[in-house]
Design a protein around this ligand. Structure first.
Ligand SMILES: Cc1cc2nc3c(=O)[nH]c(=O)nc-3n(C[C@H](O)[C@H](O)[C@H](O)COP(=O)(O)O)c2cc1C
Length: 434
């Protein structure tokens, strides 16, 4: 049986699935039930300074984007950090940690960008016995207007400075949670490393307006006729999150940094993909909010079965395995040639592939009078659009041409091995081994 336990920057948990800082981790009641359901750890909903209470809106705080089957694809929120009393939260964290010593509890914190504010809260958090802290430099709304959250996460110098304070006034691991609302994710990650962070976690939510009500002319969710941008998360953000994770995993100043992967993780497969890109564990929010805490059981059994089927005995066995295969575009092998192939037994003759290819691509699909669709190899550039628009899974596939065959489109002979090419058409300075 695969061993799912993780040791992430010295924080042990029975599996790599942590709940991200958000409503599911906002209170003792939730976190106890999450642990009973099987979650390996939680990042407690972000705590703020002692002082005036945080006040949330009293109208809808979520917006959504749906797939055709009304499955939630993207969730948008305008919620703030916890609006519960600091000391109530701290007492609850202490109690839950004492009762679940084998689970990870990380405390997310967001206080003003002043040394005194961090110096004041860190000993209180340390006293709870929690395993570490996560610095919320990512919330894109509400708190950022007050100079916190993403307002800090967008300025690498601030990240480094606050991380240093945390390493000075707190003895356990410090995770810096990054905002994706930035052009180059490697800059804030490198700043976190320079400040002494033990790890980064990403992504927090993406600036978004999910819809506009065309009767009231207000963005939704609408509070008394007005809306504000919120933070986008859920399955729709997974590709963005994975790209950012991979940039950190292979970045010159950031590679090797421990990463906690977040963003749209809904299934064991999503989690496995993040781990192959270098993540030591993953965090989940929207999937738990959509399907409930027990979704972790499918994640655990699915990951475990897949690992068994591949012979992976531990998470470390395959962590980062895909990183060497993430490369720059100019390193892609232009001598690799594939062609689309339509499985006539599966084809339902809907014609979507034909419409897409004929109108917008390479006119590489022929339609007969009886609506049989076939690929014209001499025109097909293997762009994959027909595969993407086909409603039937595996009906259209990309078939790699065998070495020695001639591409009828270009007359080019398929090479046995890229390494045998002395110059790369995209990168003439690269010469391959003899
Ligand atoms: C309603 C809601 C509230 C959130 N609150 C916080 C928060 O207090 N602190 C934080 O660091 N992230 C917060 N997040 C962001 C999540 O922790 C997570 O980074 C993001 O939702 C992406 O993960 P997901 O796609 O699995 O939801 C919140 C997300 C949602 C949906």
């Amino acid at each position: 049986m695969a061993d799912l336990t993780t040791d992430f920057i010295g924080i042990k948990s029975p599996n790599p699935f942590w709940l991200a800082s958000a409503p599911p981790t906002d209170k003792e009641y939730n976190v106890r039930r999450a642990f009973e359901a099987g979650w390996g750890g939680v990042v407690w909903k972000t705590l703020g300074s002692e002082g005036p209470p945080v006040v949330n809106v009293n109208g809808p705080r979520y917006g959504a984007i749906y797939g055709a089957d009304r499955r939630l694809l993207g969730l948008n929120n305008i919620e703030l950090i916890t609006d519960r009393d600091l000391f109530t939260n701290l007492e609850e964290i202490k109690r839950v940690k004492a009762d679940y010593p084998d689970r990870a509890i990380i405390v997310s914190i967001m206080v003003p960008c002043e040394e005194q504010a961090w110096k004041a809260i860190l000993p209180l958090v340390e006293d709870t016995g929690a395993d570490g802290i996560e610095l919320n430099f990512g919330c894109p709304h509400g708190m950022s207007e007050r100079g916190m959250g993403a307002a800090v996460g967008q300025v690498p110098e601030y990240i480094e400075m606050v991380t240093r304070w945390c390493k000075l006034y707190y003895s356990k691991p410090v995770i810096v949670k990054l905002t994706p609302n930035i052009t180059d994710i490697r800059k804030p990650a490198a700043a976190a490393r320079a400040g002494g962070a033990d790890a980064v976690s990403l992504i927090n939510t993406i600036n978004s307006i999910t819809s506009v009500n065309l009767d009231t002319m207000s963005p939704e969710p609408s509070i008394d006729g007005k809306g504000s941008h919120g933070g986008y998360c859920g399955p729709a953000v997974k590709p963005i999150a994975m790209s950012m994770v991979s940039e950190i995993a292979r970045g010159e100043d950031t590679h090797g940094m421990p990463i906690s992967g977040i963003g749209g993780i809904t299934t064991w497969r999503d989690a496995a993909e993040f781990i192959t890109l270098g993540c030591g564990n993953v965090q989940v929010c929207t999937a738990a909010m959509t399907y409930g805490f027990k979704i972790v059981q499918e994640m655990i059994s699915g990951l475990s079965e897949w690992m068994d089927s591949k012979g992976h005995t531990s998470i470390e066995d395959f962590r980062g395995a895909a990183v060497p295969n993430v490369t720059d575009w100019n390193q892609l092998n232009l001598n690799y040639i594939a062609k689309a192939k339509i499985n006539q037994d599966l084809c339902i003759s809907c014609g979507r592939c034909f419409a897409a290819c004929e109108d917008t691509s390479h006119q590489a699909i022929a339609m007969s009078d009886d609506r049989t669709f076939s690929v014209i190899d001499a025109e097909c550039v293997a762009c994959n659009l027909c595969v993407n628009v086909c409603p039937v899974e595996d009906c259209i596939t990309m078939e790699t041409m065998a070495p020695g065959a001639t591409d009828p489109r270009t007359g080019k002979v398929v090479q046995p091995d890229y390494a045998n090419w002395t110059t790369h058409p995209n990168n003439p300075s690269a010469t391959a081994a003899e």
